[in-house]
Write a protein that binds this ligand. Structure first.
Ligand code: CAA
Length: 418
């Protein structure tokens, strides 16, 4: 490992849905305090880089600069700030950016912060803002050869956008409605083991199918669960750790990563082609850079804002073949139910080392924050601090963040080596 290797040395998060509802910036601050508090002798003054993910509830021009100014990180000659806007992929893109700031630009300690309070918005205001993310200004439409026109998405726009992709997958690969619902049921089983998760009680496929529909093949229990919360990461150079007399093997290493993009919104179901998806490409880059394959990964933190996102993710990272994601989830769900029926102490992570915190559908989803939870859970798995959710001998983890409606993919591979 080079002396400049970047290590994720600390993580912090707030509880979800605290009352009274703090502002997104306050949530970021509380999470950053928690991350800094986890490492003796390291404080705000040590931070030389700050990356922020913008919020929906209270966006600011140059979010990172705004935050750095509020917490007193700026003015300072040595501090570099940047805001990363790749939607829900932001936290993983930010982790990769932090790694480059440390490994290539020589920064010592880079903090990544994300926080949002979308549950604190009333329903109408949340939907107005969420729907606006895909608004098309007619004056901006430029026709290029072979371009696909967007058939407007009804409100709620984001669930309907993912629903289109779910319908495409049903037509193209035979994905079934129950397999989609099994994702939500499975995520609720995983969430029930995490003390911070919003979903405390497992739900069944029947519960999911009988819940109120928000789009043709999507019920309310299959949506990212709207929440308020903040999270922070600290990425440091080994040089910094040595200088501070800290263990140079503290935390986990960022061993590789990849990113790729797709369009901001999908065309009509009939117009969707495989070209719009980018997780495959991001995962391939990440495996190549880390020089590992899917069998080397012990824990997966995969974005699951809607069932189709997780189903495509298990295919994209190579856990199953193309078009087989629905079957893969259905089998895992059935196996876990069977094993739990025979042994209530059975640990689901033994057969499903994925989203042990419950993901967006069951843990909670403060807009662009949730991929932070994938990273934080990976950190706990690799540092053997995941408690009851611990995956045995976890040495490498893959985390995936997805932005917009399959519009950006960021994948990072973490390892617990020195
Ligand atoms: N599991 C369990 N309960 C859920 C749930 C879930 N996954 N989702 C919603 N509920 C519950 C809520 O808890 C709520 O009950 P409480 O008030 O007791 O908490 C009830 O159902 C209603 O939920 P809402 O308050 O959200 O209800 P609403 O009527 O205002 O809106 C909705 C319903 C339109 C489906 C809205 O929840 C919604 O739009 N959800 C999707 C959110 C979303 O799109 N997030 C972004 C995902 S895409 C992404 O992550 C990428 C990116 O770049 C940001």
């Amino acid at each position: 490992m080079s002396r400049n290797a970047a290590r994720l040395i600390g993580v912090g998060m707030t509880r979800l849905n605290p009352k009274p509802v703090p502002s997104p910036s306050r949530l970021m601050q509380q999470a950053l305090d928690a991350a800094l508090g986890s490492i003796p002798g390291v404080g705000l003054k040590d931070i030389s880089g700050l990356i922020a993910i913008p919020s929906l509830a209270k966006p600011h021009f140059m979010e990172a600069h705004y935050f750095a100014t509020q917490v007193g990180l700026l003015p300072a000659k040595h501090v570099q700030c940047r805001t990363i806007d790749t939607g829900g992929a932001g936290p993983v893109a930010a982790l990769l950016s932090a790694q480059r700031m440390v490994a290539e630009q020589g920064l010592d300690l880079v903090a990544v912060v994300a926080g949002d309070a979308v549950k604190g918005l009333d329903s109408a205001e949340f939907l107005r803002r969420a729907d606006a993310t895909c608004e098309v200004d007619e004056g901006d439409v430029v026709k290029v050869e072979n371009s696909k026109t967007m058939e407007p998405l009804p409100s709620p726009v984001i669930p309907n956008g993912y629903d289109r992709v779910a319908q495409y997958q049903m037509q193209q690969y035979g994905l079934t409605r129950s397999q989609l619902a099994a994702v939500s049921a499975l995520m609720s089983i995983m969430a029930s083991k995490h003390p911070y998760a919003l979903t405390r009680t497992p739900r069944t496929v029947k519960d999911v199918l009988e819940a109120q529909l928000v789009a043709p093949v999507t019920s309310v229990l299959e949506c990212a669960r709207r929440a308020d919360g903040g999270a922070a990461l600290l990425v440091a150079s080994t040089r910094f750790l040595e200088r501070r007399g800290l263990d140079p093997g503290l935390g986990v290493v960022v061993v590789g990563g990849g990113e790729a993009s797709g369009p901001l919104y999908p065309p009509s179901v009939g117009g969707i082609t495989e070209d719009m998806f980018s997780c495959e490409e991001a995962a391939e880059q990440a495996y190549r850079e880390a020089q590992v394959g899917v069998r080397d990964i012990d824990f997966f933190g995969l974005y699951d804002c809607f069932p189709i996102c997780l189903i495509r993710a298990v295919e994209a990272v190579g856990l199953c073949g193309k078009g087989k994601g629905g079957l893969y989830i259905e089998h895992k769900y059935q196996e876990i139910l069977f094993r739990l029926a025979n042994d209530p102490n059975f640990k689901p992570q033994e057969v499903f080392p994925i989203n042990t915190h419950g993901g967006l559908q069951a843990f909670g989803a403060p807009w662009e924050v949730p991929a932070m939870y994938n990273i934080i859970e990976a950190f706990h798995q690799l540092t053997n601090t995941a408690g009851d959710r611990q995956v045995a001998n976890a040495r490498r983890a893959l985390v995936y963040g997805n932005g917009g409606i399959f519009s950006h993919s960021a994948v990072a591979i973490l390892g617990n080596g020195r």
